[in-house]
Design a protein around this ligand. Sequence first.
Ligand code: ADP
Ligand code: NI
Length: 212
Amino acid sequence: MERNIIEDTISFIKNFYSKDFSGHDFWHAVRVYNLTRKIARAEGIDNINMEIAALLHDVDDIKIKKAGGITVRNYLLNKKITNDDICEIEEIISQVSYRGNHRIPTVMCAKIVQDADRLDAIGAIGIARAFAYGGCKGQPIYDPDIPVREYITEKTYYENTTSINHFYEKLLKLSECMNTQTAKQMARSRHTHMIEFLKQFDYECQEAEIKK
Ligand code: ADP
Ligand code: NI
C-alpha cells in the first residue's frame, strides 16, 4: 500500500472536521494519529492500517456524523487499497470507542488507537475538550443539583449530565484503563493535572458560597 494514503487521509479529515466545535476536530484526529505512532513504536508495532484507523476513528461516530455524509468505507473505496485492508481498518475503529462502560479491544492495533484516543481525552487537552463538548451540546458546566451517575450504560451515556460530572463519570477512570504500558506511563501526569483542576474548581465554588 502506498504511503501517500496517509497524506490524502490527512487532507480528507481536515475538510471533514472543518466545522466541528465539539472537541472532535481535525487536531484531535492528528493528535490521536501522532500518539498512536508514538505508542506503536514503543510497543514494537508497525501497521499502516492502524495509522489510517487513527486518523479516521471518529468519522463514522454518530455524535459528529451528518445524515447522508461520507463513511469510512465510502472514503476508502476510492483509494488504492484492498477490501481486506478496509475490513481491518473498520475492525480497528469499531473496537476503539468507549461509550458507557469500557470494552477491551481484542486486536493490538485497536488497543493502541484506543489508548491514543483516551490520552487525548485527559490532561489539559482533555479538560479543554470536555468543556468544548459540553458547550457545543448545550450542557451545563456545573450544576450541584445534577448528581454524578454511578453506573452508565450505552443508552444513558448521553443523558442529562454536566461537564464537571463527566470527569467523575468517565475521564478520571481512563488512566486506569489504558491497554499498553506506554500509555499508562503517559497518562500519569495528565491524570494528576485533572485532579488539581477539579480541586481548584471545588475550592472556587466553595469560596462563592454564602455561608449561613
Ligand atoms: P468515545 O469516542 O470513547 O466513544 P466520546 O466520543 O463519547 O467517547 O467522548 C469523547 C470525548 O468527548 C470525551 O473524552 C470528552 O472530552 C467529550 N465528551 C463526551 N461526552 C461528554 C460529556 N457528557 N461532557 C463533556 N465532555 C464529553
Ligand atoms: Ni476520538
